[in-house]
Design a protein around this ligand. Structure first.
Ligand SMILES: [Fe+2]
Length: 156
């Protein structure tokens, strides 16, 4: 069916490719954060366990919104581990020696996601897609806040 939502077919394709990368990275980061929630050890267990939970719960909501934006633009949302691992700039790790290494890994992943989102925002801007720009601008803000919280826990 034809889409008449004020964004050309060519732009919708490019925007959805970018949204797919944001979705895949967010899903990978959600899983990585949940892994940290489950497996964190050490004297700061309780506060980190809870911080990680708040962060993966946000990502859980975000991946749904990102996937549904792709659908609203007329494309199919990626949704398998195979697709996500191909599209994600966030790579999975399980080789942590301590909680600081876990936090540093998650921090780097949030920073990576800011860059992935910014590229997608630029693409949405070229296509005149304000709704996607809004959604992704919020994601940049939330990744920035998560990065700050993780960075702060590494300060001695
Ligand atoms: Fe839990």
């Amino acid at each position: 069916m034809k889409h008449n939502i004020g964004i050309s077919e060519q732009h919708r394709g490019a925007i959805c490719e970018n949204l797919g990368r944001v979705l895949a990275g967010s899903y990978a980061l959600q899983l990585q954060t949940q892994y940290a929630h489950w497996n964190v050890r050490g004297p700061f267990f309780d506060s980190l366990h809870q911080l990680f939970q708040r962060q993966y719960e946000d990502l859980q909501v975000a991946v749904d919104e990102l996937a549904e934006r792709i659908r609203a633009l007329g494309h199919t949302a990626p949704g398998s581990f195979d697709e996500f691992s191909k599209l994600s700039a966030v790579k999975q790790r399980t080789d942590f020696r301590n909680s600081d290494e876990m936090v540093a890994c998650l921090l780097e992943a949030h920073e990576t996601m800011i860059h992935v989102c910014k590229e997608a925002i630029a693409c949405a801007g070229r296509g005149g897609d304000e709704a996607t720009e809004d959604l992704l601008t919020e994601r940049v803000e939330i990744h920035g806040k998560a990065a700050w919280m993780l960075r702060t826990t590494l300060e001695k």
